[in-house]
Design a protein around this ligand. Structure first.
Ligand SMILES: Nc1ncnc2c1ncn2[C@@H]1O[C@H](COP(=O)(O)OP(=O)(O)O)[C@@H](O)[C@H]1O
Ligand SMILES: [Mg+2]
Length: 344
């Protein structure tokens, strides 16, 4: 038989041990060092016994299923010692009988429930009413969901460990990416990889690894951060210049600011920069205004009042047609504020 051996990287490199998994940073609603959470699960792993029920929640591709598979592979020594609870109604009846049975060979029996929010109401009620606590000395329940908000709080509290897999630890994701590239024999530049991970980590690790694979087809990891952000290359210059001009205006006296507001040519230093921005805004049709607004808003040297003007107009950005004029109008509002403030 001609077996196709190709496997997508994210599947091929699914973590198989505790050390390969990047641990989340929130346990039972509280921010924690991922290393701390890892220590707890390392102990469960080594003793082959999970002391409690575990709910992993958060968006797709963050490692929820991987954690369950790692624990399962270590603890389960006989197929009868694990119960995969699915959505069929008869599953619940089977579960009841299974719960009574002794473990065949494993230190502990496991019930695995993927997407617990999608179980029938009946199944959720049964779970809420007893088994998660009743069998705690013999059975651990491992559940995952993308929609923890949908779960009944009474059911949620039956899980002693609620792990929120959301924003993953940067160093973990970077280390994992390096490991995958090295295992796959791909040449890469460390700095470039760092930028790539920074830009992709919010989308989850599955997405990140998929993109890593796409960007490595030639045997070398290639990545253009500007393209990834949808930038033309002029945005950073515009941001820096706007920030500079706002600071410049803040340091002038009222009279001067008024003159510039009326006619930018009245100050040749100001005008030189301003004209160049106007030129860029006219000729570069693909400027990423989203990026420009965001970076001006996040700039530390912008004061609160000016920031509010940019924030307000940023919210309109999606609906305005002429984004270039919208942006110039925001800047002019900011100049106006600087002028008015000089009255006080
Ligand atoms: N926390 C993580 N640590 C290491 N690899 C991860 C992690 N999260 C996701 N991955 C990668 O993404 C793939 C999908 O992860 P998975 O555990 O199925 O995500 P989830 O169940 O949260 O949707 C894994 O096979 C692995 O390659
Ligand atoms: Mg999953």
């Amino acid at each position: 038989m001609n077996q196709n051996t190709y496997k997508a990287w994210f599947e091929k490199h699914r973590p198989r041990t505790i050390n390969e998994l990047i641990f989340p940073t929130v346990l039972n609603g509280e921010g924690k060092d991922p290393q701390y959470i890892k220590t707890i699960f390392e102990k469960f792993y080594n003793q082959e016994f999970i002391q409690g029920n575990v709910l992993s929640y958060g968006p797709a591709g963050r490692g929820k299923t991987s954690l369950n598979k790692i624990m399962q592979a270590k603890i389960i020594k006989h197929p009868n010692d694990i119960f995969i609870l699915g959505r069929k109604t008869e599953d619940v009846d089977k579960l009841n009988a299974w719960l009574q049975a002794r473990s065949v060979k494993s230190n502990q029996k496991l019930v695995v429930i993927e997407e617990i929010d999608r179980l029938s109401q009946q199944a959720q009620t049964i779970l809420k009413d007893g088994p998660l606590e009743k069998y705690q000395d013999k059975i651990s329940f491992l559940a995952t969901t993308n929609n923890a908000q949908k779960l009944d709080p009474a059911l949620l509290t039956r899980f002693n460990y609620r792990l929120f897999f959301d924003e993953l630890d940067f160093n973990g994701a970077f280390g994992r990416s390096k490991y995958i590239l090295e295992t796959e024999n791909i040449k890469y530049d460390e700095e470039l990889l760092k930028q790539f991970v920074q830009l992709n980590i919010k989308r989850g690790l599955r997405e990140l690894i998929s993109n890593l694979e796409i960007n490595s087809v030639t045997g070398e990891f290639i990545f253009d951060p500007k393209k990834a952000l949808n930038l033309t290359g002029n945005e950073d210059y515009i941001i820096q210049t706007i920030v500079y001009l706002l600071a410049y205006l803040n340091n002038l006296d009222k009279e001067k600011v008024n003159d510039i507001n009326k006619n930018s040519k009245s100050d040749s230093h100001f005008n030189q920069y301003y004209e160049y921005i106007l030129k860029l805004i006219k000729q570069d049709l693909l400027l990423n205004y989203d990026y420009i607004y965001k970076n001006i808003i996040e700039n530390d040297s912008i004061d609160f009042g000016t920031k509010s003007i940019f924030v307000d107009d940023y919210q309109q950005l999606d609906i305005v047609k002429m984004k270039n004029f919208h942006f110039l109008s925001t800047f002019s509002k900011a100049m106006d504020l600087i002028y008015k403030r000089k009255d006080l």
